[in-house]
Design a protein around this ligand. Sequence first.
Ligand code: SAM
Ligand code: SF4
Length: 474
Amino acid sequence: MSKMASMTLSAGAVDFIDDARLTRLVGETKSDAVRVREIIAKSLAKQALTVEETAALVAADAPERAEEIFEAARRLKRDVYGNRIVLFAPLYVGNRCVNDCFYCGFRRSNAEAVRRTLSPGELRTQVEALERAGHKRLILVFGEHGAYDADFIARCVRTVYATRTGRGEIRRVNVNAAPLDPEGYRKVKEAGIGTYQIFHETYHHATYARLHPPGTRKADYLFRLDGPSRAMEAGCDDVGIGVLFGLADWRFEVLGLVAHALHLQERYGVGPHTISFPRLRPACGVRMEWPHLVKDEEFKRLIAILRLSVPYTGLICTARENPSLRREVLGFGVSQIDAGSRIEIGGYTEAGDTQVMEREQFELGDIRPLDAVLRELIQDGYVPSFCTACYRVGRTGEHFMEFAIPGFIKRFCTPNALTTLEEYLTDYASPETRAAGERLISEEVARLEEGPAKAELLRRLDAIRTTEKRDLYF
Ligand code: SAM
Ligand code: SF4
């Protein structure tokens, strides 16, 4: 029997978004070169910035200040994250929806949308197609509907983990779905989800109220804002937050995101695992005027600012963006991208080379295959990673901060990135990508300190190339 989440809130739930304060900070903050440099120095010392400090970076729009911010973001990204980029694919399970979000092709009043929910067999077929392409990490995406309750989501997660083809397997399943109640989060956690993502869309109350009609579930601002908190309290300590940029002033939204990250950090001792910053895209049946669309230059600035404000949070740039812009923003902050993505329901086996708007939530900007994206990353000197080790050995949440533990990246992240890349190269890559990838792996290995850890890594890389052994994580 399907059941919508009860509207129970977290203990001490509070609406911590003070519009008047954020609007004042956007309108009145002045920032000079000295202040910007002080704030940058704090961030480079890997301390999270306050909302006020973030506002000072937002206000620093003179070209030379903006360039300093880009440069600092590039440096922080290099120092903290290194050159790894984590890859994943979205998998849309169903587009039935009880909400009526004005910007979304899935909204209930959109008669042009073709409604569909994958059956368990169809879900397996999609997963097999993704595994055959070489994917190891997925995010399952759902509209909000009684048919997509926590039990249904948990069943889908289990089906994905149980689907294997050849050497393929999905090792981490994340979810982007409506906020749940505590019991619902416990169910999906038990099924083994990685991150639970909920985008607040817009933190600006009046805009939120305008775009989410009264009487719909999503119209309840606090219930959604509190979604990640409930997840934390129910034991899902990997949460992802985000804004749909283009609905309200981007500067206000950046402050909202930082306020949300700080709220989670203060209350639960751990901030969000990831922040996403989708930009509004053309969607089937959406014909509104959007006065706050974010220009490329502003988009780049907001990513760099977020990088500096929340140094320990992963930043995700999706295939909504076109390839050249994605390539550029990888340099100053983004740590995860999706690749080879299709968002038509059933799109991994049924879609051709072009997108079918009636079957998808919005239009993508980058539908290149995984192999092409991966090859470009390698050519640009990044190490594509399919690593899923931390969450599988319980290195998550409050007790664990990969970036705060000295030498952690060297001990775990780099070797795991290289072994998972080697799996891809051996099992799935085109000859050209394989050659480029093997060169990159040799260069990366050459840079590592001699010793038992390096010897062990070399043994594992060799085992992947020459035997059936897989999933040899550190
Ligand atoms: N239905 C759930 C919800 O609204 O939270 C989860 C999934 S929804 C399918 C995923 C996200 O897509 C939304 O949170 C929203 O930010 C984004 N989205 C909706 N319409 C969009 C559009 N036209 N362009 C870009 N992103 C969009
Ligand atoms: Fe439904 Fe989510 Fe789309 Fe809103 S954004 S109409 S809740 S699928």
